[in-house]
Design a binder for this molecule. Structure first.
Ligand code: NAP
Ligand code: MG
Length: 466
């Protein structure tokens, strides 16, 4: 797919700059090109969004619901192409691309549509009519790990709230954003409501945060960039929502089904090649079950098939050489510090950016491998004397995004979950819920995405006294 345009005001506008190459992380071949913007296109996109937003803000929730459902349908029509692109640019195994990346993308939009059916944009308080009004033009800066889901989560919420958007997709995965742009073009959405500008975060992303026509920023990515964006936005008093990754703990209590808990946690830590912000990457088990948990985790990891994402595998490559080097570096550092890395080598015939899943035991609580977000298929194992120490270990992290608790006693699991300072906790492997608010505490950021709360995040309150 060779592209070199931006989506501005309902048209694909050719870039005046040479396109940039997109690499297939499994083969290291070029899979296509994408536009590299000059920051000046950002202003044209934001102005187009501003022009379209005013009318959109006055539409009914039903109109917006229908438009979201139509957009989901247009994306679904391109599902085969989208899966191929996600396999090629991200290295996602085809089945995972279909069942998780694509399904979540459609689910996000359908979830916002259904939330609009009973979301109250007005309430009465004495002599006041309290209204939720759209923030305006939202700049959406997204990462590469779930490229279409993250765009849909931001764009869907914004459109549902009555906002318009300018999206800046990640440079590593721009091609799926072109497919989404085509779906926008064919949808019933008015032109200019969804604009997409491509190019580097440091220049284009930053221009978006600085643009006078942008009223709010929704960002997902690294804590370092999030902090930088929040500082820039602070200078303008621009509202920001930041979703910044994590280091979530899966806490297994002594009455839990250990095998189920360990298998689920290994999957959580390794799917999408470990590139999931809410992944449970720290397994915390009772001291007396440590050996059993280690053997179960090593077995579960040994079963994972790593290979060409076009084939029937569990893990493809990681997204880039830089990402692979970072993971290998953190594992080497852990080993040098005395921890044991249980891993295997990937097959010689695999020439892409592959990393074999790894279990790390015996690492200190303060070690980088336990504290830092690795963003690769790596799970650490820690032990706790009792529930109190398990909670203490879970909270011993700069991050506060996700987590899991395992116990056959639901009320005990809930009590432990309430003590874990993160935005979401899954009990006993419960299903992912796209209506539930998603976001973090501490260095995982603030603001919530998805469902009704994700829509309300992009509104402000207006009280009208009558
Ligand atoms: P990143 O640099 O934070 O990138 C996220 C998005 O922000 C991309 O669209 C990026 O553009 C853009 N960006 C970068 N610098 C910017 C700036 N100064 N102003 C405005 N926008 C900017 O993340 P990454 O480099 O892709 O990954 C680095 C690490 O972040 C990973 O190893 C992982 O630990 C973490 N991460 C977390 C999540 C998550 O879901 N929370 C997702 C991805 C990565 P470019 O594409 O041009 O860089
Ligand atoms: Mg970056």
């Amino acid at each position: 797919m060779n592209r070199n345009e931006h989506l501005i005001g309902g048209r694909w506008v050719a870039s005046e700059h040479p396109a940039q190459r997109v690499e297939n992380p499994a083969t290291l071949e070029t899979v296509g090109t994408a536009a590299d913007a000059d920051p000046s296109v950002v202003h044209a996109a934001a102005a187009a969004a501003r022009a379209a937003q005013e009318l959109w803000a006055s539409t009914s929730p039903e109109t917006r619901r229908d438009a979201l459902l139509d957009l989901a349908e247009q994306i679904d029509r391109r599902s085969a192409e989208l899966v191929d692109v996600l396999v090629a640019e991200l290295g996602a195994p085809a089945q995972f691309a279909r069942e998780v990346h694509l399904a979540a993308t459609l689910g996000d939009l359908q979830g916002f549509a259904s939330a609009l059916e009973d979301l109250a944009f007005e309430e009465r308080l004495g002599n006041s009519l309290v209204r939720r009004r759209p923030l305006g033009v939202v700049g959406c800066i997204t990462p590469w790990n779930y490229p279409t889901h993250q765009i849909a989560a931001k764009v869907g919420a914004a459109l549902a709230a009555g906002c318009a958007v300018v999206v800046k997709p990640a440079e590593l995965t721009p091609l799926s954003a072109y497919v989404l742009g085509e779906a926008v073009q064919d949808s019933t959405l008015p032109p200019g409501l969804v604009n997409i500008v491509f190019g580097e975060g440091r220049s284009v992303g930053e221009a978006l945060v600085r643009d006078a026509d942008v009223d709010a920023i929704s960002f997902t990515g690294s804590t370092g960039v999030g902090r930088h964006i929040a500082a820039l936005a602070g200078g303008r008093l621009l509202p920001v929502a930041l979703e910044l990754g994590g280091k979530s703990a899966s806490v297994v209590l002594d009455d839990a089904d250990l095998e189920r808990a360990v298998r689920w946690t290994v999957r959580s830590a390794t799917v999408n090649s470990g590139q999931t912000c809410s992944a449970c990457t720290r397994l915390v088990v009772p001291q007396h079950l440590a050996r059993e948990a280690e053997l179960l985790a090593r077995d579960a990891m040994a079963e994972l098939r790593v290979g060409d994402p076009r084939e029937d595998v569990d893990l493809g490559p990681v997204v880039s050489g830089a990402q692979r080097d970072k993971i290998i570096g953190l594992l080497a550092e852990a080993e040098a510090a005395g921890a044991t890395v249980h891993s295997r080598t990937v097959a010689d015939r695999l020439s892409g950016h592959y990393v074999a899943p790894a279990l790390v035991t015996g690492a200190e609580r303060a070690a980088a491998i336990v504290q830092q977000e690795v963003f690769g298929p790596v799970l650490t194992l820690q032990t706790a004397r009792d529930d109190d120490e398990a909670v203490e270990i879970a909270n011993d992290s700069p991050y506060g995004l996700g987590g899991a608790v395992w116990s056959t006693d639901l009320s005990r699991a809930r009590t432990v979950a309430a003590r874990i300072k993160t935005g979401q906790v899954d009990l006993n492997g419960a299903d992912w819920n796209l209506q539930a608010p998603f976001g973090g505490t501490k260095q995982s950021g603030f603001g919530r995405e998805l469902g009704p709360h994700g829509i309300l995040e992009l509104t402000y309150l207006q009280s009208i006294q009558e």
